[in-house]
Design a protein around this ligand. Structure first.
Ligand SMILES: [Zn+2]
Length: 80
């Protein structure tokens, strides 16, 4: 009995252990270089689908926009 399982031939996770310095070797997620343990899929859902979402005032996009706005408002030529 030597069945060929699909996950055995799947691409492996590229993460390396800090302690043993060995490759993770777990099957990587589809379209990712690493396995689920090592950060594929990266955290919770973005935007209103996230459980902690309130009003969208502090999302990555609005924070980035605010930063750009401050950049435009900053007086030029005053700094040395
Ligand atoms: Zn891994």
């Amino acid at each position: 009995m030597n069945r060929e399982f699909a996950f055995l031939s799947a691409p492996r996770c590229t993460a390396t252990s800090k302690r043993s310095r060995e490759r993770c070797k777990a099957p990587a997620l589809r379209g990712c270089a690493v396995c689920r343990f090592h950060g594929a899929r990266g955290g919770g859902p973005k935007g209103p689908r996230n459980g902690n979402y309130r009003h969208g005032l502090h999302t990555r996009e609005t924070t980035e926009e605010y930063r750009r706005l401050l950049e435009l408002l900053r007086p030029r030529g005053l700094e040395p």
